[in-house]
Write a protein of this length. Structure first.
Length: 163
């Protein structure tokens, strides 16, 4: 009887890019892997943290836009997250991988925890750099490492850099 596929949960804050998919799918070579993509609906955008992240990256225009912007509409945030899930799953499937996806609440940790309890063996978190959260280890990857007791890899979106 063949072994069950390796189960990896991919938590991302944006649609995966082809570079992200290449990095993720290279982790297990020719092993059979089933991916579950999670994208939180960003309905509770943290303006202060986002402002500081943009300042830290010298993205002054984006920092200003954060300060003068408004909270995202929950329906629009969920719709955007749904589109990001579809794009990510399609890119993974284009490599021949088995993939499914879903939108989660703003805090994805309960969904991650449930996925691990259901048998996921590994978590890959794909985010943009977040100066405040990454520095103080309050980012998704750090929280997942502390709580889930499975391997957690943190990749910065669109790069080969580790978070």
């Amino acid at each position: 009887m063949p072994d069950a596929p390796w189960s990896i949960v991919v938590l991302t804050e944006d649609a995966l890019t082809s570079a992200d998919v290449a990095h993720i799918t290279s982790l297990h070579g020719d092993d059979e892997v089933a991916y579950r993509v999670l994208v939180p609906a960003d309905t509770e955008h943290n303006v202060v943290a986002s402002f500081l992240d943009h300042l830290g990256m010298l993205e002054l225009r984006e920092a200003w836009d954060d300060l003068t912007g408004r909270e995202p509409d929950p329906q629009q945030a969920t719709s955007t997250a749904s589109e990001q899930v579809v794009e990510s799953v399609e890119l993974l499937r284009a490599t021949g991988a088995t993939a499914q996806g879903e939108v989660t609440e703003d805090d994805p940790l309960p969904t991650l925890r449930a996925a691990v309890e259901a048998g996921a063996q590994e978590v890959v978190v794909v985010t943009y750099p977040h100066a405040v959260a990454d520095t103080f280890h309050t980012d998704w990857a750090s929280k997942a490492r502390d709580e889930l007791h499975v391997p957690v890899l943190h990749l910065y979106a669109g790069t080969s850099e580790l978070g």
